[in-house]
Design a protein around this ligand. Structure first.
Ligand SMILES: [Zn+2]
Length: 319
């Protein structure tokens, strides 16, 4: 507790210094500046580079004479170049170290995979064994989050008044539920990413941009968050193990044929789950077709041979 108070005070004095700088700017420039959270609401963050911190006897010494006892989640693989000390919404303090990335190459497999993101299935891939169904654990938690949202709305203090005990409690509950979902999401994402990266040398990924975060249903929002976390985990895991990860622009992945490359004249209605190509006659689940398009567009044709089309090794998936 005493050391927490020390960091908090230090963070406040830094924030004040930044505010002073901001206030010195001409009014015109200030008008267009982003709105900042009130100091009391904003979670404090402190960043230190090489000279600002030191590790000795597994304790963290920060500039300004602050010494912290750290509970290590794991040993640092290398000398850290910087550290960020911050507090999350639940009031827990963390020290996050930046360590130079080291690649840890995996044995070659001779295989490539294409990945398409979706709402029903988080990831549909060109390999049936690597499809990732939507993790349902988010569902119950989403309902809980919605409940706390309503609770907060009900207890919201009138403008200019201090937040009630009940409001702060609801806020805390919500933050905890949120963190739990995020952790489960990340756990699932990492396990899946590890398997994909272990089994493939080259990975073509639809460069998904969240489309529904601002509006739309809870289901879509949850899917967006899950896809975001999964994609990030995959890219990080691929880099860590020296794999060839290629991001593919998502345009027309649902309209193009993964076999002959012909583009359908019309967008497939969402209810239509099977893609049938009018040019070459191939027919398969639409998401499987999109995954194939992603793979081809990244320049990673299955088997690595251009002429592999007629013998389509992945044809079994159409069943
Ligand atoms: Zn075709």
């Amino acid at each position: 507790m005493p050391q927490q108070q020390t960091i908090r005070d230090f963070a406040k004095s830094r924030a004040k210094a930044q505010k002073d700088i901001k206030n010195r700017l001409p009014v015109k420039q200030r008008a267009g500046m982003p709105r900042f959270k009130k100091k009391a609401e904003a979670a404090p963050t402190l960043n230190y580079t090489r000279r600002g911190f030191r590790l000795r006897d597994r304790r963290l010494h920060l500039a300004g004479g602050i010494t912290l006892t750290v509970v290590w989640s794991r040993d640092l693989p290398d000398e850290p170049t910087s550290v960020r000390v911050y507090r999350d919404a639940l009031g827990h303090w963390y020290a996050s170290f930046v360590v130079p990335a080291r690649t840890d190459p995996l044995p070659a497999t001779g295989r490539a995979i294409g990945i398409d993101w979706g709402v029903k299935e988080i990831a549909t891939t060109t390999s049936d064994a690597h499809d990732l169904p939507h993790p349902q654990h988010g569902k119950k938690a989403q309902a809980r989050l919605a409940r706390y949202d309503r609770m907060m709305a009900r207890r919201k203090p009138p403008k200019g008044q201090k937040a009630s005990k009940g409001y702060r409690k609801a806020k805390r509950l919500r933050a905890r539920a949120h963190q739990k979902v995020a952790r489960q999401r990340q756990d699932t994402a990492r396990k899946w990413a590890k398997r994909v990266v272990r089994d493939h040398d080259a990975i073509a990924v639809e460069d998904f941009k969240p489309r529904f975060l601002a509006k739309s249903t809870m289901v879509r929002k949850a899917a967006d968050a899950a896809i975001g976390a999964t994609k990030q985990a995959l890219v990080e895991m691929g880099r860590k193990h020296g794999r060839d990860v290629r991001l593919v622009h998502p345009a027309y992945t649902t309209m193009d044929c993964g076999d002959c490359g012909a583009r359908a004249k019309h967008r497939l209605p969402l209810s239509e789950r099977i893609y049938t190509c009018t040019a070459c006659g191939v027919s398969r689940p639409r998401d499987k077709n999109s995954a194939q398009v992603v793979l081809v567009r990244a320049g990673l044709i299955p088997g690595g041979a251009e002429g592999a089309r007629p013998g389509r090794p992945q044809d079994g998936q159409a069943a």
